[in-house]
Ligand binder design. Sequence first.
Ligand code: DGT
Ligand code: CA
Ligand code: CA
Ligand code: ZN
Length: 640
Amino acid sequence: MENVEIARTLEDVADLLEIQGSNPFRVRAYRNAARTVEEHPVPMRKLVEEGADLTELSGIGEDMSKYIHQLVDTGSLELLDQLTEDVPDSLIEIGRLPGVGPKKTQKLWKELGIETVDQLEEAAKAGKVRELEGFGAKSEEKILRGIEAYRRHQARFKISEADQHVLPLLEWLREDDSVERIEVAGSYRRRKETVGDIDLLAIAEEGGSLMKRFTSYDRIEEVLASGDTKGSVRLASGLQVDLRILTAKSYGAALVYFTGSKEHNVRLRQRAIDRGLRISEYGVFKVEKGKRGKDEDEEAKERDPWEGELVAGATEEGVYAAVGLPWIPPELREDRGEIQAAETGDLPELITIEDLRGDLQMHSTWSDGRESIEAMLEGCAERGYEYFALTDHSQSLAMTGGMDEKKLRRQWKEMDEVVAKHDEIHLFRSMEIDILADGTLDLSDEMLEKLDIVLVSIHSRFNLPADEQTDRLLSALDHPEVDILAHPTGRLINERDPYEFDLDAVLERAAERGVAVELNAHPDRLDLKDTHLLKAKALGLPIVIDTDSHRTQDLDLVRYGIDQARRAWLTREDVLNTRSLGDLQAWLDAPREERAKHWRELSKGARKKKSRGAAAAKRAKKKSSTANEADAKAKKSGGP
Ligand code: DGT
Ligand code: CA
Ligand code: CA
Ligand code: ZN
């Protein structure tokens, strides 16, 4: 069992206990343990294997440790089985619907006998839910909308969840001696924020041996298909995984085909047709005159897939080169102009994790974080950052231990003490300040002025009418001290839709005011998302990629932000926290009305620096690269 699954099981227990009306402390203990497990960087099964003492983990006592052992050893939990004898486990789903929760679930169950989402929908549509005490017509409406959203989301996995399932499977498959190569294609390779299923492509000497290993993986719920070259399974988590075993000469073509997206493939195929070629998952073929002009999908079924002269297929580079293009990074393959850009040599030099110089949103024990200021500092320094910002919550978020003015001053004292001990990294005094419902900020102007960076965001009243929500955000942006707008749309992937507001108006105002916008890298948020970031980039807005960490290990989640940034064509120039400490400080110090101009000039500087760097990298690569199909093709076609 992977950590996500263990965590989910413990959450299930917590939900059932709460629906049953158990002691809140007991419920909380399971939730805390679930969180610890989910966020732990090492799989519990490894810890158990090594004989580690799980009670050393925060929130894990003797009982929890026993449960985790049981889950790792047997894949199930007796306690959960006992609970579901009294409380139907289908109620868990109901409790997780937006606008329901365990308390209401209990009522729906006890008073209306509702046990499934379908029954709840029926009852709500019949107007029975509104009759219950504590519900009403409005909450009935909300429940119906929640069900709709739930149905939309339930089929897809967050990319971080997919990672937890896929990486151990890959490790397992790679242990097979016959495997020459195995990669994940599909939306997973394009690093989409959610994936529908997983598409694996392998080259193996002994296809049969690999397929056998695949279908005997111990986390499988059901083998859906198992042939010589194609197999398909559903993991216990519900995630479907397809495996295709290929010959080396087709591997690149199959990677292109199964990486997609479908829309990208359609364009590529059209491009091939225009050149008298045919692209399929087997390769790129020369087509006899008179046979071209038809779209591949229609024809493919009837034809010998190997018909014609094979001109490329072993590598992706070769396939792209055959249609006169350089290799295109998977994150860009969404038919958003990448083929055009590739053709004219205008593909962006996408940002990488190494480009980041600091993290600008994280919490400590001063609000709802789990670790001290000093621990967070050391975590950032270990990751090679030049600077970081501590952004604990403001007072209106009481449940997070948000800080009022007095507490903030005390925090500054501790910051000073920590900074006095550490000169390896610069600390920015910051705070995540709540934007109140009327658009004012949850901290006095006097204190705002004293902060190095002012980061603002919305955490309440998500359901204001769109124009009020827009006004709320615009007023916050108008405040002269605001530097960064955090998680601007408020969505939680698969859980909560963005609040309704006019994003374009907000981005335009941010551009006017010289406010940066956040790409919150937490894989539950990824906010702004790719299409929004494209808009922000077009407006020339500085973008901050940060993690919203609540403990040091979260700092590594930044890679999901980088994935999303790359899907939005972002380069180092577009991102504020790729700048040196000096440049970032200068941007912060620039007068408001000059910030936009300042940013443009900074970006120009970054561009120059980058092109020098790129040239050097190219030289280095040329020296070390061996001649391969890609190089040969690229030379032949002249390259961009
Ligand atoms: P997902 O799994 O829903 O997150 O999205 P993908 O992109 O992984 O889609 P999937 O798993 O259905 O198929 C993997 C890739 O295979 C897809 O990105 C492109 C290619 N593909 C699948 N079906 C077709 C098709 O009917 N025509 C073409 N041209 N390509 C296809
Ligand atoms: Ca897929
Ligand atoms: Ca698939
Ligand atoms: Zn927040």
